[in-house]
Design a protein around this ligand. Structure first.
Ligand SMILES: Nc1nc2c(ncn2[C@@H]2O[C@H](COP(=O)(O)OP(=O)(O)O)[C@@H](O)[C@H]2O)c(=O)[nH]1
Ligand SMILES: [Mg+2]
Length: 271
């Protein structure tokens, strides 16, 4: 591997997941770098991460004194990765919702794109283990964002991503104080705003096996307001509505979007 690939994993109470996840990622390629950003998890996730450092010199742990939010955890991880010369900076959950087997796909797709999103909703819906209500909310929210921003992306809120270094360098990370889904939406918006190429590759998303989600109602509202803040000119929103609802391919070509995700139509698990 010639590129320095950094994987930022924020953690809060992920003691049942972290060890296995780290082992799995390094078994895929020992050359990856992992940065765990732990907010002093009461269940001892931070200590587990420290213990793993003995075995894996490419593992780093950023300890923060208290739960300070997901957005700022990503940003700390991003800054550390940039400071160490990362070429690609990935982010993923610690809970196995994001299968490490897809990392290679995201990396490969980043040859043709500056931001690659591991997408649940491109070419269908691939979410396992969610109640219908949660899936509906997530899907409708993503259609709403796409509609308001006039951007042909199916999964704005995904937390499984790969950024080229130049994207994170161009974005003023100090100015971002959104969290959770809003953070992902805002980062996608800013990537487009700076003229970067955004692409999606399909992944199967599985609900976490252990632990619980930290996403709250407040996070959903925050995402809603951020979306309105990032809106396209309203005339464009109206004009593009038919594309969003009907003809995705035409929408993509109108926006000159080369989407590597189109090559992976299958729903199969990664190898
Ligand atoms: N450092 C840090 N990590 C967090 C925080 N909130 C959530 N996480 C981690 O961020 C990832 C995504 O959160 P998760 O609860 O899985 O959200 P969901 O997948 O949307 O249900 C997981 O790895 C969490 O452990 C936080 O406040 N600080
Ligand atoms: Mg999760």
């Amino acid at each position: 591997m010639t590129m320095a690939i950094y994987i930022v994993i924020p953690t809060f109470n992920e003691a049942s997941n972290l060890k296995e996840l780290v082992e799995r990622i390094f078994s895929l390629h020992p050359g990856f770098y992992i940065i765990v950003v732990d907010d002093n998890s009461p269940d001892g996730t931070g200590k587990i991460a420290d213990a793993l450092r003995g075995r894996y010199p490419h593992l780093q742990v950023i300890h923060r004194p208290c739960q300070a939010g997901l957005g700022s955890a990503y940003i700390e991880g991003f800054k550390a990765a940039l400071g160490q010369g990362a070429d690609l900076i990935m982010e993923m959950d610690a809970d196995f919702s994001h299968d490490p087997g897809y990392i290679a796909r995201l990396v490969e797709a980043s040859n043709n794109a500056d931001l690659v999103i591991g997408s649940r909703y491109i070419n269908g819906v691939r979410v396992e283990g969610w109640r219908f209500r949660r899936l509906l909310l997530s899907k409708l929210a993503n259609i709403f964002v796409s509609f308001v921003m006039v951007k042909p992306v199916w999964d704005f809120t995904a937390g499984f991503r790969c950024y080229r270094r130049k994207v994170l360098e161009a974005i003023d990370l100090e100015q971002i104080n959104s969290d959770g889904y809003a953070f992902q939406i805002e980062m996608t918006y800013l990537a487009f705003k700076h003229g970067f190429k955004v692409a999606e590759v399909p992944i199967i998303f599985r609900e976490r096996a252990y632990g619980c989600s930290k996403i709250s109602r407040k996070v959903v509202w925050e995402a809603f307001w951020i979306t309105l803040k990032c809106h396209a000119p309203w005339r464009d929103v109206w004009a593009h509505l038919p594309f969003l609802l009907k003809d995705y391919d035409e929408f993509i070509s109108k926006h000159h979007l080369n989407n590597p995700g189109q090559h992976w139509k299958s729903d199969q698990d990664p190898g």
